[in-house]
Design a binder for this molecule. Structure first.
Ligand SMILES: [Cu+2]
Length: 679
């Protein structure tokens, strides 16, 4: 490997020149400006005040879909989409390429709407005393507790997007959050190759979509796999704004390993709180809230507290999820984790050995396992072979890690011909899986065989350039002495290389040159700042690389405890080329020096495993590489929402404005600071 100092050729975007003297007036002014901007950004409604936003109308957007736009200009198939459909869940066939239209209305909603809710909407009627009422249209049961939710089309989880490779999918998002909160959506795992403006993170690639307006996302489903969509503003994906995406293909390399791949065998799993996140986040920010889940959900279902009938008798529960299977058939199960806290979830199915075939949307050499652990943002596809006696079996989802070990949720695998009743096995299982897939480097779960990510082999070759642009990134919960007053009650703040990421006041691909450039800092330069352990340093931290450069990110987490940070990169699927344990506290320079001495060997494989989200647990390191062939400004962040919002994030800028020319739709909505003339 080359010396990064020689190979990088990078120039800082802009350096805060007085940074090493935290008491200088220049720094104070800059920090003050940044604080004000940050406060505005945290409160989305505040953000919208004073912004000039000019989205296209829904009619204009729909009209341009078939004719123009960057996505349709990028050929991905010899077949051209010719017909517009409302949704496209179907058996994929060669030559059948479609344009799939999804109409989404984002609105507040409420769980367990019954006559006693007082809303006038009784969607759930007498659920769960009358179980059929629980599946009424518009009835959101979750764990049976009443609470506000944020929804697409009044569903939690939100609507599934199921398309075939080569389809173009178009999502018309109309914001009807009538407290005027803004919204954006991200398509987690989709690389947005040459469609960087569709990626969705608020104030990274786009402005929030204002109330009552429609923003249309349009992209080509050119990468088969299992994904999910979620809100990428604030933390309201934890209040219901998320759902599965599945892109199937005609010639699946693992097509001979299963008989059934349908939309009924997707498990959308998540942690859940019994409170809404806008309040909880602010409380957490001030050190009085909590970031621990109350519950786990499988496809928005879970067994909560017991209900009684009108006469106060009986014991009734909202329904658990049931997956129906037919004896001897092999099912492709797709598991998607929409966790938002540090809750790691362990999934297993009683009496069944499972076969992993795909993770984070990329095929791997099949691996048998008994249980897997999924962190926030990760996806796993596995084969469930219904080869046991006809009956009911538990699918178990157990919280692991120190903030959710007490939580468990169950679903039922029901064989055709089995009675409609719970499995006979106890709800609590003390069985230890013999083969555990994706245990973090530091895991509280014991298993005779641990299968780590780096042990897996991708089915897709990786030809990295030996001229690697390398970055050492320390993930930490830090305790600087001088701290943003918003965070002063907190015991620690999540950062990368002791830098708090500041969201910019403009979306970057379109407007980065319109703001004070001193807001930005170059990640390599910032990693050498010396006093950030004492004074909280903050900037819009950027890694800037040339198009087609091979990039390596060396994540390390030197803390002795605290769980893992699932690091998610937009715009790319990366490869894991190294991982292991780390004992002690290190600076990026320390790690670089050790690395130059050969302390951290790289995987010698042409097919290292693909991921786009990977858990970097305490006392460990994880080395990833990718080829920066997709121009854009790509968010890189911890997928624990609160960590990302507080500042454990950065942006990978790939290429130049020239490389992006033609890839941003004309008239893309803009926003910025505003002041009347004459001031
Ligand atoms: Cu984190």
């Amino acid at each position: 490997m080359s010396d990064p100092a020689v190979t990088s050729g990078m120039q800082p975007l802009s350096i805060v020149p007085t940074h090493e003297n935290g008491s200088s007036s220049g720094t104070k002014v800059k920090i003050g400006i940044v604080l004000i901007v940050s406060l505005i950004l945290v409160f989305v409604t505040g953000l919208l005040i004073g912004l000039v936003i000019s989205p296209l109308s829904k009619q204009e957007q729909v009209d341009i879909v078939p004719e123009i736009g960057p996505t349709l200009d990028i050929p991905t198939s010899e077949d051209k989409p010719s017909t517009v459909y409302n949704e496209c869940d179907r058996t994929c066939r060669a030559g059948d390429i479609r344009i799939c239209i999804f109409d989404w209305e984002v609105s507040y909603y409420y769980t367990m709407l019954t006559s006693s809710t007082g809303s006038g909407d009784t969607a759930c009627e007498n659920c769960p005393v009358n179980p059929n009422d629980c599946s009424n249209k518009g009835c959101v049961t979750l764990n049976g507790l009443k609470r506000p939710v944020v929804t697409v089309n009044q569903q939690v989880p939100g609507p599934k997007i199921i398309v075939c490779k080569g389809d173009t999918f178009v999502v018309n998002v109309t914001n009807m959050l009538n407290d005027m909160t803004g919204i954006t959506f991200h398509w987690h795992g989709l690389n947005q190759f040459h469609t960087p403006a569709m990626d969705g993170p608020s104030m990274i690639t786009q402005c929030p979509i204002p109330f009552a307006t429609t923003f249309t996302y349009k992209m080509i489903a050119n990468e088969p796999g299992t994904y999910f969509w979620h809100s990428h503003i604030g933390s309201n994906r934890a209040d219901g704004l998320a759902g599965p995406i599945v892109i199937r293909e005609v010639n699946d390399p693992h097509g001979n390993t299963y008989d059934v791949d349908d939309s009924n065998h997707t498990a959308f799993i998540q942690d859940w709180m019994n409170i809404t996140q806008n309040t909880n986040y602010v409380e957490y920010l001030y050190g009085v809230g909590q970031n621990d889940p109350d519950f786990l959900l499988i496809n928005g279902k879970g067994k909560g507290p017991a209900f009684q009938n009108a006469t106060g008798n009986g014991s009734f529960f909202v329904p658990r999820e049931v997956f129906h299977v037919e004896s001897s058939m092999r099912y492709r199960m797709r598991v998607i984790s929409n966790a938002f806290t540090g809750c790691q979830m362990q999934l297993s199915i009683d009496n069944h050995i499972l076969l992993a075939i795909n993770m984070d949307s990329y095929p791997i050499d099949p691996v048998p396992f008994d249980a897997l652990i999924s962190n926030a943002g990760e996806r796993f596809d596995f084969i469930l072979h219904a080869n046991q006696s006809i009956g009911n079996y538990w699918l178990r989802l157990k919280g692991v890690g120190n903030n959710c070990e007490e939580h468990q949720e169950l679903a039922i695998i029901r064989y055709m011909g089995a009675p409609e009743e719970d499995p006979t096995a106890p709800e609590i299982s003390l069985t230890t899986p013999s083969r555990l897939l994706n245990a973090p480097e530091r895991s509280t779960v014991a298993a005779p065989t641990i299968i780590r990510m780096i042990n897996l082999t991708s089915r897709i070759r990786f030809d990295a350039n030996q001229d690697v642009n390398r970055y050492y990134l320390s993930l930490g919960l830090q305790n600087p002495r001088v701290i943003d007053p918003r965070l002063r009650e907190r015991k620690s703040i999540p950062q990368i290389n002791h830098i708090t990421f500041t969201f910019p006041p403009v979306p970057l691909p379109t407007q980065h040159d319109e703001v004070d450039q001193s807001l930005f800092c170059d990640a390599r330069v910032a990693s050498t700042w010396t006093n950030c352990t004492d004074i909280q340093c903050r900037c819009t931290q950027i890694i800037s690389v040339a198009l087609n450069q091979t990039v390596e990110l060396f994540f390390f987490n030197g803390r002795p405890n605290g769980g893992c940070h699932p690091m998610h990169l937009h715009g790319f699927s990366y490869r894991i080329v190294g991982s292991g344990l780390l004992n002690g506290t290190y600076t990026p320079a320390d790690i670089q020096a050790l690395d130059m001495n050969g302390t951290f060997p790289r995987l010698q494989s042409n097919c290292p495993p693909n991921k786009d989200t990977v858990c970097v647990s305490h006392g460990s390191y994880m080395i990833i590489q990718f080829i920066a062939d997709n121009p854009g400004w790509w968010f890189l962040h911890c997928h624990l929402d609160f960590h990302a919002l507080i500042g454990m994030a950065m942006v990978v800028r790939v290429g130049t404005d020239e490389d992006l020319s033609g890839l941003i739709p004309p008239n893309f909505p803009r926003c910025n600071n505003f002041a009347p003339p004459g001031l």
